[in-house]
Design a protein around this ligand. Structure first.
Ligand SMILES: Cc1cc2nc3c(=O)[nH]c(=O)nc-3n(C[C@H](O)[C@H](O)[C@H](O)COP(=O)(O)OP(=O)(O)OC[C@H]3O[C@@H](n4cnc5c(N)ncnc54)[C@H](O)[C@@H]3O)c2cc1C
Length: 292
């Protein structure tokens, strides 16, 4: 098993928007061009972005920039000509994502990254990649990487209603899709889909989504003796391990210092056993707003 590591190739750069369009209900795909030597990045990592200019935080309404960058998981990374192209899937929930939604091709975003821990790839395991709602983003990158390396995996993708499904392209083959309201795929949650996953799968489970879903997936994996890694998209304050605003109650540490994981410093990808799920829920784990 390859252990997760922290990216050490973080830079800031000005990225050019190649495309920015709606792909599902309140879900947008942003394609950004960066310098060819950007990265390297790995699945699980994120970028911290801010629209330009970034220095007028206190302008009322949606005008002005944002001094605090907003984190987004990498949903794909590739190369076109002499540029690195990254993809982000984002939901519109507040000021910066509303601004992002209005950015046309050739506009610019300020990008810091790639940052954060990565999903480990175990060549010996048929892994289960589980995404809930907008949490599918990092799993798309991981699935594409597993596919490129010809490693076995099953993608499980759950939404509340079928209109929320992001297009999966070639990754749709063999994917288990669920909609809670029964409007497409299997009726139910990702746990119902996991019960139908191929028998040989599951030794490694990788998941991203809202707190309740992550907790349920971690419990499902634990009961079966599977290793489970989760990407925790907790609200960031500074995003650079100074403010402690993204603290998550942790298990397994012995000192005061180990009682919390900081999502921006220790994550976003962490072993599920490290999280004290009930304490995190009581602390008000981030639940993504439904958006407009
Ligand atoms: C590591 C990481 C990766 C992420 N990846 C993605 C991604 O791939 N796609 C995506 O759409 N979003 C992702 N997010 C969430 C994204 O960062 C927030 O939606 C974004 O910061 C909102 O910015 P805003 O200015 O539009 O909203 P704000 O005005 O900052 O917030 C609007 C409302 O949303 C709440 N909120 C903000 N961030 C979060 C959050 N993380 N969880 C729950 N509630 C929140 C706020 O408390 C507030 O109520 C990720 C977060 C993290 C930490």
């Amino acid at each position: 098993m390859i252990e997760t590591g922290q990216g050490d190739h973080i830079t800031t750069c000005r990225a050019e928007i190649l495309g920015n369009r709606q792909v599902a209900r309140n879900l947008f795909r942003l394609r950004l061009a960066l310098p060819s030597d950007w990265g390297p990045a790995e699945p699980g990592q994120f970028v911290n972005v801010t629209p330009e200019p970034a220095w007028e935080e206190n302008v009322p309404g949606d005008a002005g920039g944002s001094l605090l960058r907003r984190p987004f998981s990498l949903a794909g990374v590739g190369h076109e000509g002499n540029r690195t192209v990254i993809e982000i899937l984002y939901a519109v929930v507040g000021k910066v994502t509303r601004q992002m939604q209005r950015l046309p091709p050739r506009a610019h975003l300020d990008v810091l990254g790639p940052a954060g821990t990565v999903f480990p790839i175990d060549p010996g395991a048929h892994s289960l990649l589980v995404g809930g709602g907008r949490g599918i983003a990092p799993l798309l990158y991981l699935a594409a990487e597993q596919r490129r390396r010809k490693l076995p995996f099953t993608l499980v993708y759950g939404v509340r209603t079928a209109e929320e499904w992001a297009p999966l392209g070639p990754l749709a083959r063999g994917a288990l899709l669920t909609a809670e309201d029964g409007s497409g795929g299997l009726r139910g949650t990702v746990i119902d889909a996991l019960e139908q996953a191929p028998a040989e799968s599951g030794a490694a489970v990788m998941a991203c989504g809202p707190h309740g879903m992550l907790h349920a997936v971690a419990k499902w994996a634990h009961e079966r003796g599977h290793t489970c890694w989760v990407s925790v998209e907790e609200v960031f304050g500074c995003g650079v391990a100074l403010c402690g605003g993204c603290a998550i109650p942790a298990r397994g540490g012995d000192g005061e210092y180990d009682r919390y994981l900081w999502a921006c410093r220790d994550g976003p990808v962490v072993r599920s056993e490290r999280i004290d799920w009930e304490a995190w829920r009581q602390l008000g784990a981030a639940t993504p707003p439904a958006g407009p």
